[in-house]
Design a protein around this ligand. Structure first.
Ligand SMILES: [Zn+2]
Length: 383
């Protein structure tokens, strides 16, 4: 199989601006020595009720025993019962950081916990340390914090982790649906890369070959090991988390998210904001991205085979070729099914009305990105 970044940990942690990146069994054991070496004496652990029971509590005990003033903030869920990265969560954590005069924050959890911690640590001017509890998203080592501000999803430039401790023993305990979500976030790279190439060809968007290469390599590794990922084996979760981190490194290298986030992410963000508006419980980010990828491929393939279907672009020939290289909708859905994730909007619980509306409006979610969906919608008067 392709050799991913874990064979080049020094290089990848340098790229990501990290002191270290440990992906191994019992990586958590390395956290205490790291904190000791840094000379930190006051630490906040950010967790939610689930991740506290998984790892936060144990960590708190270890730190306290080592004579470090440690405190665990359990981020409270919103009125729907979801822990979300919104202003309330950030303030909850920030107050504890200020109270303890913490020198660093350890994020113990998935993407949301990391986004809350990332922005809080950035605001407080202290480092944050990443302890992922499930391989769910490629945003762990991101610098941008997607936050919900008064219900709108915005991404604010913040900071990446100063160190990552990816404990494979912990990751193997992750529920199958979280592993499937991480796989869905990776599957989305099919359409994000397509939209990126399109934006470069048609709209002079910036491009970096090595970023595209790292992203393709990460996607490929997940496809090659889909059975292991589906089974949630040690090797499966290792391949998946490494691919997610590699996609994150690729974004850091480029300085923007084009490689990892295209129209499929815009659909997913649109659905997320709608659910906030109507006060419904949130769906997993990667579960939405995987299904949205299948929906975008369905639309793009339809346009590619229609007579004149791509006439709204400057170079339909090149675009048709790019679209033809992608697997078809059914292949995407069967891969999602194989890992045990939702494969259709019905299984995800997204109504047809919301799907159709998002296909017409989701390009407004990221006004600065030129995707095929944007060009298509603008050409049919939905700009
Ligand atoms: Zn994503």
């Amino acid at each position: 199989m392709a050799s991913l970044l874990w064979n080049r940990e020094t290089e990848s942690s340098r790229l990501a601006g990290m002191d270290c990146l440990h992906i191994e069994d019992d990586a958590l054991m390395r956290l205490l020595p790291y904190i000791g070496n840094k000379g930190y004496t006051k630490i906040i652990i950010a967790a939610d009720a689930i991740t506290s029971a998984l790892a936060g509590n144990v960590l708190l005990e270890k730190l306290s025993k080592a004579g470090i003033a440690a405190y665990e903030t359990i981020i409270k869920p919103n009125s729907c019962g979801d822990v979300v990265a919104d202003e309330a969560s950030v303030i909850q954590l920030l107050l504890d950081v200020q109270q303890l005069e913490a020198e660093a924050v350890v994020a113990v959890g998935t993407g949301t916990l990391h986004d809350i911690t990332r922005y809080t640590a950035y605001t407080a001017g202290i480092p944050f340390i990443s302890v992922p509890t499930a391989p769910t998203v490629d945003g762990f080592n991101s610098k941008g914090a997607p936050l919900l501000l008064r219900g709108d999803k915005i991404t604010i430039a913040a900071k990446g982790p100063s160190a990552m401790f990816v404990d494979l023993t912990l990751l193997q305990q992750a529920p199958a649906q979280l592993i499937a979500a991480g796989f869905g976030d990776m599957i989305g790279k099919y359409t994000s890369l397509l939209d990126w190439h399109f934006g470069v060809n048609e709209h002079n968007e910036p491009f970096l070959q090595s970023t595209a290469d790292l992203t393709i390599e990460a996607l490929q590794a997940c496809l090659e090991r889909v059975q292991d990922i589906a089974a949630g084996t040690r090797d499966g979760v290792k391949v998946l988390i490494e691919a997610l981190i590699q996609s994150g490194v690729a974004m850091l290298q480029f300085g923007q998210s084009h490689s990892a986030s295209g129209s499929e992410h815009h659909l997913s963000h649109y659905w997320e904001m709608e659910y906030i508006r109507i006060n419904r419980r949130q769906l997993l980010h990667g579960a939405k991205v995987g299904v949205a990828c299948a929906e975008m491929i369905k639309l793009y393939k339809q346009l590619a085979v229609q007579d004149g279907g791509l006439d709204f672009v400057r170079d339909p020939h090149t675009l048709r070729k790019l679209i033809e290289q992608l697997p078809d909708e059914d292949e995407i859905r069967s891969l999602l099914k194989q890992v045990g994730g939702p494969a259709s909007v019905e299984e995800l619980g997204i109504s047809d009305e919301l799907l159709q509306r998002s296909l017409r409006e989701a390009h407004h979610v990221r006004p600065n990105r030129y995707t095929i969906l944007r060009a298509y919608n603008e050409a049919r008067g939905l700009g």
